[in-house]
Design a binder for this molecule. Structure first.
Ligand code: 475
Length: 880
């Protein structure tokens, strides 16, 4: 049976050409009719930004063509779809990625060359789409790239924030300044507005006999962002929602002269999709944030459910076979209640049927064990904003607790047998010490140890499993634990690296794991090797292709193991090193242009780029640099010659309210100002803080890095993903046995990393018993702290409490173990210097890193999600 779909016929003739001169004509057309440039100015009188927009509009035609074919085909085949629900997608720039993924780089390079431009310059005219904070948001972006490349039917769903991640500037004193990111100011050629696809989203109001009458309603409008796969005609979709008022404008208010009131509705609605909250791994308890979460979850579920209904009518039992929703951390977990509401209230299913379907359709990923990052909404807030959902959550909690009663009773009896009850009951709630949360508020971190009231042990045990629990910090205040809601409502729960998946089973989800061990899985993170190796490091990519004799490795990254046999080859090493050197020179030029700092290109390039956080320990890194500076200053000219020159680079944003993180940013900058201008150390040490670290910076920094810092306190970094990007680009790791570092060490050989510090298993004991009386400060640590205190880097007063935080146990508490790990860190740093002197050995290791990075392709990760959680299979789109 031959099926001729309308798109086949229609697009065959409309399909854009890939011949350079035809592409050039197309670019000119777009410059004239999309950008609106007068033909007299085309091409020579135009600025790069205009030409970029013309080129982007032309590339967009190719994307849309393949996008339509893909989506039509999938719609016709009706396979099971995965929907990736995420409050963040940190996409970065699209032009080069699109051109490369579509395999049109040469075509477009030639076409724009003939017009007098080069593609590289145009690429810089694009604004970064920074709709994410850090690791979690960038992971979502890598995942949708892999989904498209693997031909997996699936969409990403999120929010089209008007203002993305704040832009960071560093003022002349070294302070972080936050500026708005007006990323849409030049328009966005990569999106397709869908004014016809809108859903109503309700808030507030009341519930009468299970019927919800919202008190406020806004519209969610869809924008589709085509996501090209590589070496496949498949183009996936990222659908982002914008919030709009239901009524455009209140004309009668306007006519009465009430201008503010006339536009009030619009402003209130637009607020919902206005800003991305600049918080990484911290909960932010604002009603507007919950509003955002419900807004995009509801729109996405309504959209997917409507699509299902159009095909399958009321055959709801089929839903879990046609759709799966992956919840990216706790932000979208209101989906559990919203899917229940849609099935019960709108589709008239009974509770049990709806619950069975929900539990088979949702899955949940946890990304952090920081207790303050696990969202808990006050019942009062959630109940006011979403009264019907609160009712549903209440019932889920009740049924859940009832189902546990027998088990809990047995447990309590067992406990009593072993341990007859003393007059005072055991503490019902183990108090974690979420110090970073307190530090964020600028409060001193101190243990609180109030007396707990006696509590019925059964009640207490049930409370600890409860989705609705009492706030341990505030008596009588009830909270909805969103992570627990997600665990109970999902078919699968996963962590993002082996150690992390193990930790969540032992700690934050212990009781849930014991009740339903089958739900718990691991999916070690990955990154897209297209953006993070092939496109950002063309020199290395070419050498790899030449050496392996194939260019298929970006889609089959395990082929990189073929590099292993060249690791000792001196000629090959030379070529490998030359590429690194070239990347360093390019980076130095970019840093010079952006910061004015001159960097030599021969020293070891040592880089730490990630959100600024106490647990990530940028502080420990800068303390070791301070000590190095001290050593240099006190060395004789002869001794100085023995130092291995280093360029140390930092990048990362501090959450705007995170007090200590902001001090760390300032310290790094102040150290840079002193060190970089000190003739004594000259080219032996440089300290650079790149302002406004983002995806674009990462693409320049990672290929140039020789050493990267992955130095989180063991047990705190869920996975890390920059570690994988650095590894792919042949950058050595100094790090702790934490997150995915452990798995990287397995692939590369532990002896090839510079591992130091306490293990995850040793950390709790140190915190509990040794921390308070820790006196064993290494003299080098003492020296570095002294230099923070004594005004060597200025701002004497300002830095005192930063020094205290890791040193004075009455004022701080060094929760993240900077002091006890410091000596071993310096030992590892010395080892780094030693190995760097042996360039052949360094390069051998570098090659082994790249060769061992195949496992960390997000293609592998996504295949595992597809096979082990989603049950979604590839549906490749026929070529034409
Ligand atoms: C982990 N973000 C990394 C990465 O799995 C890991 C954002 C807003 C509010 C609360 N939290 C966030 C995160 O929790 C986050 O980015 N987590 C990171 O996820 C991907 O590689 O170790 O810290």
């Amino acid at each position: 049976r031959e099926v001729i779909s309308p798109s086949n016929g229609a697009s065959a003739s409309a399909k854009p050409s890939t011949d350079p001169s035809a592409v050039q004509a197309d670019v000119l057309q777009n410059l004239e009719y999309v950008v609106g440039a007068p033909s007299s100015k085309i091409p020579n009188g135009l600025d790069a930004s205009s030409v970029y927009r013309g080129v982007a509009a032309s590339v967009r035609e190719h994307l849309i063509d393949a996008f339509n074919r893909t989506q039509d085909y999938w719609s016709e085949k009706d396979p099971k779809f995965v929907y990736y629900l995420s409050a963040e997608f940190l996409m970065g720039r699209s032009l080069m990625n699109a051109v490369q993924n579509l395999e049109l780089t040469d075509t477009y390079s030639q076409a724009v060359k003939q017009l007098g431009y080069d593609l590289e310059t145009l690429r810089d005219a694009e604004q970064n789409a920074a709709l994410g904070n850090g690791g979690l948001g960038r992971l979502a972006a890598c995942f949708i790239d892999s989904m498209a490349t693997l031909n997996l039917p699936g969409w990403g769903y999120g929010i089209r924030y008007k203002y993305g991640m704040f832009k960071q500037a560093i003022d002349e004193k070294g302070y972080q300044q936050e500026l708005p990111d007006i990323w849409l100011s030049n328009g966005n050629p990569w999106e397709i507005p869908r004014p016809d696809i809108t859903f109503k989203i309700g808030f507030y109001g009341s519930v009468d006999n299970f019927k919800w009458s919202p008190g406020e309603t806004v519209l969610a409008k869809a924008y589709d962002n085509p996501i090209p796969g590589f070496k496949t005609p498949t183009v996936g979709n990222l659908r982002l929602w914008e919030a709009l008022p239901v009524a455009e404008f209140d004309l009668s208010a306007f006519n009465e002269g009430k201008y503010d009131k006339a536009v009030e509705e619009r402003r209130k609605a637009e607020d919902i999709s206005a800003v991305l909250y600049p918080n990484d791994a911290t909960e932010y308890g604002k009603e507007l944030r919950l509003k955002q979460q419900f807004f995009f979850v509801s729109a996405s579920l309504q959209d997917a459910v409507a699509r299902f209904k159009a095909k399958h009518g009321d055959n709801w039992q089929l839903l879990p076979e046609k759709a799966v929703f992956q919840m990216n951390d706790t932000h979208p977990t209101i989906a559990v209640a919203e899917l229940m509401r849609l099935l019960i209230d709108e589709q008239s299913l009974d509770w049990d049927t709806a619950w069975g379907i929900t539990q088979k359709t949702l899955a949940f990923t946890n990304h952090t064990v920081m207790p303050e990052a696990l969202e808990k909404w006050p019942v009062k807030v959630l109940g006011k904003l979403l009264p019907r959902h609160m009712e549903i959550i209440d019932k889920i909690d009740q049924i859940w607790k009832d189902s546990l009663k027998e088990k809990v009773l047995a447990q309590v009896e067992e406990m009593h047998k072993k341990n007859p009850p003393k007059p005072k009951a055991a503490k019902p709630l183990k108090k974690e010490v979420p110090l970073a949360a307190k530090a964020e508020a600028g409060e001193p971190a101190e243990d609180e140890d109030e007396e707990e009231e006696e509590e019925d042990p059964v009640e207490a045990a049930l409370n600890k499993y409860g989705i609705i629990t009492e706030n341990p910090w505030e008596k009588g205040v009830k909270l909805v634990n969103m992570a627990y809601l997600a665990v109970v409502g999902s078919k699968a729960v996963n962590g993002v690296a082996a150690i992390h998946s193990d930790i969540i089973k032992r700690t934050i989800f212990k009781d849930f794991y014991e009740l339903a061990p089958h739900k718990f899985q691991n999916k070690t993170n990955g990154v897209t090797p297209r953006r993070w190796l092939a496109w950002c490091n063309p020199g290395l990519a070419a050498l790899i292709t030449e050496t392996l004799g194939t260019d298929t490795w970006p889609n089959d990254l395990n082929l990189l193991t073929g590099l292993r046999k060249h690791a000792d080859d001196k000629e090959f090493q030379k070529k490998w090193r030359a590429i690194k050197h070239e990347n360093k020179a390019k980076l130095a030029a970019k840093i010079k242009a952006r910061t004015g700092v001159d960097l030599p290109t021969d020293p070891l390039y040592d880089i730490q780029i990630k959100r600024i956080h106490e647990y990530k320990r940028q502080y420990m890194n800068i303390l070791s640099i301070i000590y190095r500076y001290h050593q240099l200053k006190t060395a004789s000219p002869e001794e100085r010659k023995k130092f291995v020159p280093r360029v140390t680079i930092f990048g990362g944003k501090a959450a705007s309210a995170y007090y200590m993180a902001k001090k760390i940013v300032r310290l790094i900058n102040r150290v840079g100002m002193v060190v970089n201008n000190d003739p004594d150390v000259k080219d032996l040490l440089k300290v650079v803080f790149v302002p406004d670290y983002n995806v674009d910076w990462a693409e320049a920094l990672i290929p140039a890095a020789e050493l990267c810092q992955q130095i989180s306190t063991a047990g705190t970094e869920a996975s890390g993903t920059s570690n994988m990007k650095f590894q792919m680009n042949g950058c050595l790791i100094i790090g702790t046995m934490d997150g995915a570092n452990i798995e990287i060490a397995e692939e590369v050989g532990k002896e090839n990393l510079f591992i130091f510090g306490m293990d995850e298993s040793e950390v709790p004991a140190w915190r509990e018993s040794k921390r308070a009386e820790w006196k064993d400060y290494d003299p080098r640590f003492v020296k570095a702290i002294e230099m923070v205190r004594d005004g060597t880097f200025g701002d004497k007063e300002y830095f005192q409490d930063l020094a205290d935080s890791v040193y004075d146990m009455k004022k701080g508490n060094d929760w993240f173990l900077v002091a006890p790990d410091f000596a071993d860190y310096l030992r590892a740093q010395e080892e780094v210097d030693k190995v760097y002197l042996d360039q052949d050995e360094w390069t051998r290791r570098s090659i082994l890193y790249t060769a061992g990075s195949g496992f960390f392709s997000s293609d592998r990760t996504i295949k595992q999600y597809a096979d082990e959680i989603w049950d979604v299979v590839p549906v490749p789109v026929p070529s034409s």
